[in-house]
Design a protein around this ligand. Structure first.
Ligand SMILES: CC(C)(COP(=O)(O)OP(=O)(O)OC[C@H]1O[C@@H](n2cnc3c(N)ncnc32)[C@H](O)[C@@H]1OP(=O)(O)O)[C@@H](O)C(=O)NCCC(=O)NCCS
Length: 207
């Protein structure tokens, strides 16, 4: 199903219920040693991604992996995320931007004990207008990482990024606080978020 997230121009976002979708042999090889639930999540992410690629005129090529990162067919950028029950994928033509990242999280996933690990002091001090702000910020950082990491090959600790949320517009920006120059790319992107039932979906786009 196509998701009604405010995607940046040219990007499409698809979701799929986690299930046993068939995989082409090249993709099946990527998860041959994984457990059943992991295989289902992997297959569901690929299923959503292929639907998005088809919408953009792609030919349904396999999406294999380079390390943990998905390898997109020539001419496309994209990103995948899943929870236990839902998989989402965002895809765009390479001509429309440098990179894209998507993330989905269960709203309840971010227990207060985790706040210290994934939020900066400033983020924790803010008066939240909505109790979901913490998990949206967590998810926004993961979406940002998925967009930036394939371009820089560098890790970004959660507390080296700060989220500026515009709750009314369902939008966010990220600010890189660390010292690794290439990771400053995080500052260039724009993000949007939305809710599907008990989950939040964030999308980060580097034009
Ligand atoms: C990579 C990471 C973001 C994945 O998030 P997650 O919540 O564990 O899992 P998700 O279901 O959302 O995403 C998994 C998908 O992300 C994609 N992915 C994995 N590593 C990736 C990377 N380095 N770059 C881009 N995409 C990546 C894959 O498509 C994977 O699904 P697949 O294996 O089925 O293909 C997370 O494990 C991580 O390492 N985070 C630490 C760094 C970080 O987020 N910092 C934030 C500061 S900006």
């Amino acid at each position: 199903m196509e998701l009604g997230l405010q995607a940046p121009a040219g990007a499409v976002v698809f979701a799929a219920t986690v299930d046993d979708y068939p995989l082409p042999p090249e993709e099946a090889l990527c998860v041959e040693d994984a457990g059943e639930q992991r295989q289902r999540q992997f297959a569901s992410g690929r299923h959503a991604a292929r639907a998005a690629l088809r919408r953009l005129g792609g030919a349904g090529q396999p999406i294999v992996r380079e390390g943990r990162r998905p390898c997109w067919p020539a001419g496309f950028i994209g990103s995948i995320s899943h929870t236990d029950t839902l998989a989402v994928a965002a895809v765009a033509a390479k001509s429309s931007g440098r990179s894209i990242g998507i993330d989905i999280e269960r709203i309840r996933r971010l227990k207060p004990a985790l706040h210290r690990k994934v939020l900066t002091e400033e983020e924790r001090r803010r008066p939240w207008r909505d109790p979901r702000e913490g998990v949206v910020a967590f998810s926004a950082k993961e979406a940002g990482y998925k967009a930036v990491n394939p371009l820089t090959d560098a890790f970004i600790p959660f507390r080296e990024a700060e989220v500026e949320l515009d709750w009314k517009r369902s939008a966010f920006r990220l600010r890189y606080l660390g010292r690794h120059e290439p990771n400053r790319l995080l500052n260039d992107g724009v993000g949007t978020f939305g809710f599907i039932g008990n989950e939040v979906v964030t999308l980060f786009f580097l034009g």
